[in-house]
Ligand binder design. Structure first.
Ligand SMILES: [Zn+2]
Length: 442
């Protein structure tokens, strides 16, 4: 399958020729030179590049896709996977999640993000949008993992001026830290947590700071009916209007959830060119009681993409599963089986997600970042193969991904990721110690 020992290829800058894979146009070969982009793609181009390729991946009829983009998560919450389920959202947060998070350390976030990146690599995600704490530790984990991330510090001021000052400084510090890393795979965003946890002053500061630094804004928006009603009671307007007044809404803004958006809010988000991250598994698990109005948002011109949310409310980071759940939830909730057909779900997880995160077009074309995944067709789930988009969305899960390449580097080859056992052990140890610390002070 390969021209030299596969152990030598991981994470290296080598020219790679991928032969005989199928993209949405049919059989193609792909050549990635030592740069981080796809330098050539097309039918039969292997003849041109066979001599110069340092490494050859024989595709053998497998499917090739752009790497998937997870546009809303809290990666280090992988440590909370299965810690508390089947509870009411407010109880779940106040009794379980927040008390545990109060004991989090940078070391925990490092191991949690390492674990999340490993899971993403194994399920075909090459870029993600993250909001959490100790983000310098998250950046270290992303740097080591080899995938791409847009990282923000979760800014929460709860209307308190002193706390707001602290959050402004923490946001500035993370952005400076990420700039200093000078790693093109890692970018910074401003992360006002939500309209119900950040004051209008804090929201305005985040909007101004993001504009000044030319960075995106990552925020939660209208996940629950309660937060919408509270917003109207407190501010006399719905959340999207409040965010717009604070300057938050623009083409570099990624708003997660959006379950309770009304028609006027959809129109506003479309007009401002906002990316809206649909998180169907988390919404169903926490019973938000309404699904994202996907059709209205798309019609209004918003960029609708896909996210898993954190592992405490999903409980995995598999965007293949998320595509299926999104397509099913849209059909079921809005009572229309024609909603969110498979090719659209696939576009949400690829091109739309890449556009939201600003990491290239999210399509397989010459000049695009060499972020791609190879999906085996030699499984029951992919047999027969009447329609690749249908199988990818409705039949496969992330375990069908055989090979993951990001920025031209091989991160997984034939399901092997180097260092996996150490990451699993480190993350399991960090999670156990975190729970022990929380229990000893409870
Ligand atoms: Zn979230």
């Amino acid at each position: 399958m390969t021209t030299f020992e596969s152990a030598d290829i991981f994470g290296k800058k080598k020219s790679i020729l991928i032969t005989n894979v199928n993209d949405s146009t049919g059989p193609v070969d792909i050549f990635i030179d030592a740069s981080e982009t796809i330098s050539d793609i097309g039918h039969g181009i292997r003849k041109r590049h066979r001599g110069e390729a340092e490494f050859i991946v024989e595709g053998d009829g497998a499917l090739v896709l752009p790497g998937l983009a997870n546009t809303h998560t809290h990666a280090a919450m992988s440590l909370l996977r299965g810690y508390a389920d089947d509870m009411i959202l407010q109880d779940w947060l106040s009794q379980k999640v927040w008390p545990l998070e109060a004991h989090l350390t940078g070391e925990d976030v490092y191991w949690g993000t390492k674990l999340a990146c490993l899971e993403m690599i194994r399920t075909g995600t090459t870029a993600f949008n993250d909001m959490y704490f100790f983000m310098e530790s998250a950046a270290k984990a992303v740097d080591e993992a080899g995938i791409r991330a847009l990282l923000c510090y979760g800014f929460i001021d709860l209307g308190d001026a002193a706390k707001r000052e602290h959050e402004c400084r923490a946001t500035e510090a993370l952005v400076s830290h990420i700039r200093k890393l000078a790693n093109p795979r890692i970018r910074a965003a401003a992360g006002p947590h939500a309209p119900y946890t950040v004051s209008p002053e804090g929201l305005s500061w985040c909007a101004g700071f993001a504009r000044e630094r030319e960075i995106p804004v990552h925020i939660h928006l209208s996940e629950t009916e309660k937060e919408v009603n509270d917003c109207i009671a407190q501010h006399g307007k719905r959340p999207a209007a409040l965010l717009d007044e604070c300057g938050i809404l623009g083409p570099k803004t990624i708003a997660a959830h959006g379950c309770w958006l009304d028609d006027a809010e959809c129109a506003l988000l479309g007009k401002r060119g906002v990316s809206v991250s649909h998180n169907p598994a988390s919404n169903m698990k926490l019973a938000t009681h309404r699904a994202l109005p996907c059709r209205e948002l798309v019609a209004a011109g918003a960029n609708v993409c896909l996210g898993t949310d954190g592992c405490a409310s999903n409980n995995n980071l598999d965007l293949f599963e998320e595509m299926k759940i999104a397509a099913l939830l849209q059909k079921f909730f809005w009572n229309d089986p024609t909603l969110l057909p498979a090719p659209e779900a696939l576009a949400m997880a690829t091109a739309n997600g890449a556009k939201a995160l600003g990491f290239g077009p999210g399509t397989l074309v010459a000049g695009a970042p060499a972020d791609l995944i190879i999906v085996t067709t030699k499984t029951p789930e992919n047999t027969p193969l009447h329609n690749a988009a249908s199988n990818l969305v409705y039949a496969c899960n992330g375990a069908a991904v055989e090979t993951t390449i990001c920025a031209g580097r091989v991160l997984m080859l034939e399901r092997e990721v180097p260092g996996e056992a150490e990451i699993l052990a480190g993350a399991a140890r960090a999670a156990a110690q975190l729970v022990r610390r929380a229990q000893s002070t409870a």
